[in-house]
Ligand binder design. Structure first.
Ligand code: ATP
Length: 488
C-alpha cells in the first residue's frame, strides 16, 4: 500500500531525508532542512535535470545567477505590482487562507464526488474573477459555494485582499527606500537579464535555452503539505528563446519532453496529467501544469509557460538596453534574413522540492511479505522506498556476512573498487536481515553479501530491493551491473 502524507513526513524525518528547520526551537513554518539521505536524493534529481537539459542538448547552456538582483528587475518583471495571492481571513478562527486555494479545494471535492462539470465551472469562474481582479467577486463566490472555515466551520469571512509574496531586505548600512532589495521569487529573471551575455559568450543561435538551478523565496500565505509549499525552495528553470511565430511548436515539444522525463524517473503515466491554467499569469500566452497525484490529490510539480517577448521587452524598456537578436537565417517567404527581433520565450519550471516529494510519495510502500518455508514460514510487513536506482541516495550496501575470517577486509576491498563510481557503504553491524531492512527503508537498490565463498571464487550475492531475489555474480561484474541500473 501507498503511504499517507503523515507516513511520508515521519519516514522522511526518521531516516534522514527531511527535518523541520531549526527544530530545537520548534521549527519555522514552511522551511525545511535536508538530511544526509535527503541531500543525496535531491542532488541526484538536480544532476539528472541538469544533464537532461544541458548535456543532452547542445543548444541549452547553464548559468548560476545571484539571488539578489537590481530592484528594477522586479519592477520590469511585474512582480512588484502583480506577484500576489488573494488572501482572506476567517473572523471566528482568526486564521488566514488563500482565497483561490479554498475554491480549488472545493473544486477538488466536487471532482472526488464525480461532479466534474461542477468542478470545472467553479474553476473557470474563479479564473475569470481573478483575471479581472474582481476580489469582491471572489469573496461572493466563496459565500455562494458555502465554503466554511476548515477550522471553525463558519463562513464568517473578511474581504479578499492581494498579498505580495516577495521577501524584501536592505542592502548596505543605510536603511531607506533606495536600499530595499528583494530575495528572488523565481530564478527566471536571472536568466532574462543575462540573455545577451549568454547568447554572445556561448555563441548560441535562436532557438536556444538557458538553464538554471537555484533558490527562490516566496512569503506564502499558508504553509501546507510539508515541502510542497515552502517559503524557501529550489527551482530548476529553463528559458528557451525562439523566433516569434514558432513558440507554439516549441511549447508542445517541451510539454511532451518534460512529461517523458518525469516518467523515466519513475512517476507512472497514470499518476501524471496536464492541467491547463484557468487563470493566466500576467506574462503568459499559454500555460500548462504537469500535475502528479500526491496523497492529497493531483497538484502541480512543473509549469510550462509560453511567455511571448514579455520579459525581454520589459527589461529593454526599464534598462534602456536593446534586447534584440539578429537572425541570419533566411525567411523562405521573403528570401531575406529574418533580421532583428526580440525572441519569444517558452519556459519549463520545476520545483526541486516538489519533485523530491513526488518521488518520495511514489517510492514509499508498505507491503506484506512471506518469509521462510514450511513450519518456519511467517508473514511480516516491510516498509521500503522503491526509488529508481538513479536517484537512490545509496546505490549499493556491502555486507560482510560475519565480522571475522577476513570478510570485513574483503568487503572493504570491494567498497574501494566501487566508491569512485557510486555512493556505496559497508555495514557490518547486526544480522543480515536487519541490514537488508535498513537499506530497504532508504531505498538502496542493491545489497552485496560477502561470504566465505567470496574468498574462494571472487563471487558475491546481490540482493534486489524490490523482488528480494538474490543473484550470485563475480565481483568483477559489479561495476557494470550497478552502472547499467543507475543510468536512465
Ligand atoms: P502554486 O500555484 O502551487 O503556488 P505557481 O504556479 O506559483 O505554484 P510557478 O510560479 O509556476 O508556481 O513555479 C514553478 C514551480 O516552482 C512550481 O511548479 C513548483 O514546483 C515550484 N514552486 C513554486 N512555489 C513553490 C513553493 N512555495 N514551494 C515549493 N515549490 C514551489
Amino acid at each position: 500500500t501507498e503511504g499517507t502524507l503523515a507516513d511520508i513526513v515521519s519516514h522522511a524525518k526518521e531516516y534522514g531525508f527531511v527535518f523541520p528547520s531549526s527544530e530545537i526551537y520548534d521549527g519555522l513554518a514552511a522551511v525545511y532542512d535536508y538530511g544526509p539521505n535527503g541531500v543525496e536524493l535531491k542532488n541526484n534529481l538536480k544532476q539528472l535535470w541538469w544533464k537532461a537539459m544541458t548535456q543532452l542538448n547542445q543548444n541549452v547552456v547553464g548559468i548560476d545567477a545571484a539571488i539578489f538582483m537590481h530592484p528594477l528587475t522586479w519592477k520590469a518583471s511585474g512582480h512588484v505590482d502583480g506577484f500576489s495571492d488573494p488572501m482572506i481571513d476567517n473572523l471566528d478562527s482568526k486564521k488566514r487562507y488563500r482565497a483561490d486555494v479554498l475554491l480549488e479545494d472545493k473544486a477538488a471535492e466536487y471532482e472526488k464526488n464525480g461532479e466534474l462539470a461542477r468542478a470545472e465551472t467553479l474553476l473557470a469562474e474563479m479564473g475569470r474573477l481573478l483575471t479581472a481582479e474582481d476580489l469582491a467577486g471572489v469573496k461572493q463566490l466563496i459565500i455562494d459555494e458555502q465554503i466554511l472555515c476548515p477550522v471553525s466551520k463558519t463562513g464568517n469571512w473578511t474581504d479578499v485582499r492581494q498579498f505580495n509574496l516577495m521577501f524584501s531586505t536592505q542592502v548596505g548600512a543605510v536603511a531607506d527606500d533606495s536600499s530595499k532589495i528583494y530575495l528572488r521569487p523565481e530564478t527566471a529573471q536571472g536568466i532574462f537579464v543575462n540573455f545577451l551575455n549568454v547568447q554572445k559568450s556561448a555563441r548560441q543561435k535562436v532557438p536556444f535555452g538557458i538553464a538554471q538551478i537555484g533558490k527562490a523565496f516566496r512569503n506564502e500565505i499558508v504553509a501546507r503539505q510539508f515541502i510542497f509549499r515552502m517559503r524557501e525552495f529550489e527551482q530548476m528553470e529553463m528559458q528557451f528563446f525562439v523566433r516569434p511565430g514558432t513558440e507554439g511548436e516549441w511549447y508542445e515539444t517541451w510539454k511532451a519532453t518534460r512529461r517523458r522525463w518525469h516518467e523515466a524517473l519513475g512517476l507512472p503515466a497514470d499518476k501524471l496529467r496536464f492541467h491547463d491554467h484557468d487563470k493566466l499569469a500576467h506574462y503568459a500566452k499559454a500555460a500548462v501544469d504537469i500535475e502528479y497525484e500526491f496523497p492529497f490529490g493531483f497538484k502541480e510539480i512543473e509549469g510550462i509557460h509560453s511567455r511571448s517577448d514579455f520579459d525581454l521587452t520589459q527589461h529593454q524598456t526599464l534598462s534602456r538596453k536593446k534586447q534584440n537578436y539578429f537572425d541570419n537565417d533566411v525567411n523562405p517567404e521573403t528570401g531575406k534574413p529574418y533580421g532583428n527581433y526580440v525572441p519569444y520565450v517558452v519556459e519549463t519550471s520545476v520545483g526541486a522540492d516538489r519533485l523530491f516529494l513526488a518521488t518520495l510519495c511514489q517510492a514509499f510502500q508498505e507491503e506484506t511479505i512471506v518469509e521462510g518455508e514450511g513450519e518456519e514460514q511467517k508473514t511480516k510487513t516491510r516498509k521500503l522506498l522503491r526509488l529508481h536506482p538513479a536517484v537512490a541516495p545509496v546505490k549499493a550496501a556491502i555486507f560482510p556476512l560475519v565480522k571475522k575470517d577476513g570478510l570485513p577486509e574483503k568487503a572493504n576491498e570491494i567498497y574501494n573498487s566501487l566508491r569512485h563510481d557510486f555512493r556505496v557503504v559497508v555495514e557490518e553491524k547486526d544480522s543480515i536481515g536487519t541490514r537488508y531492512t535498513r537499506q530497504d527503508l532508504i531505498g538502496t537498490p542493491f545489497c552485496i553479501a560477502v561470504d566465505h565463498q567470496t574468498l574462494e571464487d571472487e563471487t558475491v550475492t546481490v540482493r534486489h530491493r524490490d523482488s528480494r531475489e538474490q543473484t550470485r555474480m563475480p565481483v568483477s561484474a559489479l561495476r557494470s551491473y550497478i552502472g547499467e541500473a543507475v543510468s536512465l
